[in-house]
Design a protein. Structure first.
Length: 138
């Protein structure tokens, strides 16, 4: 088993990825973020990695090329070994249909990306809570 807490983050915006990753590490330096620029690469990693290397949390942007976050969750949950890992969608959009689609797909939560730096800390804290509880929200 990995010695550090692992969080997989799939985010196509390099600035958002850098900020989310930095906020998480600031709150918990033992976190080892695994980052991917899209959901397809993240799914390929998850399907190929050994069970001992699976992350404790999967964070997905909603709007990504090829597969959106909700579609990625549906694909991930087809694998019995991934179904109980909490999966959180993060997005700049608060569109009700996106939120509903994500939760229906099996997202543990749908969080709005903050538009200010201090909000990143709150977002990171919420994500870390899902790791610490291991809750799939269901």
């Amino acid at each position: 088993m990995p010695s550090s807490l692992q969080i997989l983050i799939a985010e196509d915006d390099p600035d958002d990825l850098r900020l989310i990753k930095a906020a998480i590490i600031e709150l918990n330096p033992s976190v080892s973020p695994l980052t991917f620029k899209n959901a397809v690469l993240a799914i390929n990693y998850l399907m190929a990695c050994p069970d001992t290397d699976l992350p404790q949390l999967i964070v997905l942007d909603y709007n990504m090329p090829a597969l959106n976050g909700a579609e990625a969750i549906i694909r991930m949950n087809e694998s019995a070994r991934l179904v109980n890992i909490p999966k959180v969608i993060v997005s700049t959009s608060n569109t009700p249909t996106y939120i509903e689609e994500s939760l229906k797909a099996g997202a543990t939560d749908y969080l709005i990306k903050p538009t200010y730096l201090s909000g990143l800390r709150q977002l990171a804290q919420k994500l870390l809570e899902y790791c610490n509880t291991g809750s799939d929200g269901k």
